[in-house]
Design a binder for this molecule. Structure first.
Ligand code: SAH
Length: 342
């Protein structure tokens, strides 16, 4: 933006002024930017645009969770979720229209993939959510855990995250922005160098055979490679632990043996394990593990010295929980045909 202003004969600090109007004042109208000259305001109105995604549907769950369907440029819709808690407000944002990966327990996956979201569409989700929530409910945390695989939209996601962290943007602390990935190993190596955020890794299985099935990208980047990059990431930010997400699927990955395999696998990585009760969706082939099973699984991990939490399911009555986001995706990958035939 600085380069843009300089190119048009203005000082570079105009970028700072415009950033503050957009991110701090929430303005999408150049004519309101009163510390810019009238001439410049007019120029911006004629030559630039400030657009936020449009909220086309809103649902409010019994527990206060909001889910919005946002219409993006192509007419496709993605979903964004706000989860209020006592001391924080977490916004779960999407990075792609649909998802190109085919994790078998995820509803987004069944919709197929359309395209990457632009930087504006990613950061714009925070913008519209904050506008809609007003001043009483603040977004303190952002998780890239909505639709899509963030690391397969690397450049746009990194730019958007850096805007979230920048004081001229949303000024969020790096501990409060979490990127969740299914394990795109080369991109995980690149990420460490360009963007300092908390990392969550969708593990879901403690051996390659099962993970190949549940998270098929494992066939390309197996556990050995995934854990090697996790160790590298820990070296970069030694005080920050990686979170491993583990969805609890009845009879699939939830036995005592699975827990013991997990302990062995993670023994030299400083990490936290987040057990996610499986959230069902139409035509899903799995069931969530029973509460007793989840607690037993947690205890086995906990007794070995691992830090374990159980993710509290939020917004399930409006299909806003993990893995339930669908939006409206015109699939270009034809993957839905595969699902239909399976
Ligand atoms: N594509 C990224 C971002 C999704 S994050 C990733 O794979 O990490 C959402 C988290 O919820 C991931 O750990 C994902 O595996 C998990 N998830 C997906 N479907 C789920 C479901 N039906 N129930 C519970 N968790 C699910």
């Amino acid at each position: 933006m600085s380069a843009f202003f300089v190119e048009h004969g203005e000082p570079a600090f105009r970028a700072t002024q415009v950033m503050k109007w957009i991110y701090h004042e929430g303005s999408t109208d150049f004519s309101q930017m009163t510390n810019l000259s009238k001439k410049l305001r007019l120029f911006l109105q004629e030559n630039c645009s400030l657009e936020a995604p449009e909220i086309v549907a809103e649902e409010l769950a019994a527990d206060g969770t909001y889910k919005w369907a946002l219409k993006m440029h192509c007419g496709n819709r993605v979903e964004t979720v706000f989860i209020p808690e006592e001391k924080r407000g977490t916004l779960c944002i999407s990075s792609q229209v649909g998802c190109a990966l085919a994790c078998t327990f995820c509803s987004t996956a069944q919709q197929g993939f359309n395209r990457n979201l632009t930087v504006a569409e990613i950061i714009g989700q925070i913008y519209v959510a904050q506008q809609r929530l007003g001043t009483t409910k603040k977004i303190t945390n952002v998780v890239l855990m909505g639709m899509g695989e963030p690391l397969l939209n690397f450049n746009n996601v990194v730019t958007a995250i850096n805007l979230m962290l920048d004081d001229l943007g949303y000024g969020l602390s790096k501990r409060r922005v979490t990127l969740s990935t299914s394990g795109v190993v080369p991109a995980m190596y690149r990420l460490g160098g360009v963007c300092d955020v908390s990392l969550a890794v969708s593990l879901h299985a403690a051996n390659d055979e099962l993970r190949n099935e549940l998270v098929p990208i494992n066939q390309k980047y197996p556990l050995k490679e995934l854990l090697a990059v996790c160790k590298e990431n820990v070296k970069i930010a030694p005080r920050r632990k990686i979170t491993f997400e583990y969805v609890m699927l009845d009879g699939i990955n939830d036995t005592d043996l699975d827990a013991r395999m997990l302990i062995k696998l993670l023994k030299d990585i400083p990490c936290k394990i987040n057990l996610i009760p499986f959230n069902p969706f139409p035509n899903s082939i799995y069931k969530c593990s029973s509460k007793t099973r989840i607690l037993k699984f947690r205890d086995i991990l906990h007794n070995s010295g691992l830090i374990v939490t159980i993710r509290r399911t939020r917004g399930e009555d409006i299909a806003a929980a993990c893995g339930q986001l669908v939006g409206k995706v015109q699939d270009k990958s034809r993957r839905h045909l595969k699902f239909a035939n399976d």
